[in-house]
Design a protein. Structure first.
Length: 172
């Protein structure tokens, strides 16, 4: 499956891309029956296998989503083999409830729960988030936050990111 903006041309066949479903099944999931959904779960699995940090945004992992949770558990693997990985959960629910929900993905104390995106690690270190984490907690470099500007529109955010990207481009 090729993804992109609706009505953009596919780089493979040169036909316009078509929208995917906006709403997904809420009863029996049957993710494998929809080619696009199936490919997205496969991609998520590949990424989870290699991930060092995972940020979960407001997903409560309901029991009705058992097949999705099982797919993620399979990709993540044994939590005891993921002893350096870090999980960050951004959600308004109670921390104890969230930790219980996501316990199969959390190795001991390697997690953070925030109820505000702007308090999260990813919002305070939005470029090279994993590198910043390793510098702070493994290398003991005691870095400073570089937070996203709050209440910025997209143009302001792109300008802000462009400055970070240009510094990275110069260092390569």
């Amino acid at each position: 499956h090729i993804m992109g903006n609706n009505d953009s041309l596919c780089s493979y066949c040169n036909l316009p891309l078509t929208p995917t479903k906006l709403l997904y099944p809420i009863g029996e999931k049957n993710y494998h029956l929809d080619g696009f959904i199936s490919s997205q779960w496969e991609t998520l699995g590949d990424l989870l296998k290699r991930a060092f940090m995972v940020t979960i945004f407001g997903y409560g992992a309901p029991t009705s989503d058992a097949s999705a949770i099982e797919l993620m558990k399979k990709a993540w693997g044994d939590v005891n083999s993921r002893n350096m990985e870090q999980i960050e959960i951004i959600d308004k629910r109670d921390e104890d409830d969230l930790v219980e929900t996501w316990e199969p993905f959390i190795h001991t104390h390697h997690y953070r729960v925030k109820n505000n995106f702007y308090d999260s690690w990813i919002a305070n270190h939005p470029r090279r988030t994993g590198e910043a984490y390793l510098n702070q907690y493994i290398e003991a470099m005691f870095i400073e936050n570089n937070p996203l500007p709050q209440n910025a529109d997209f143009e302001e955010l792109w300008d802000w990111y462009d400055r970070l990207q240009s510094v990275e481009d110069k260092s390569m």
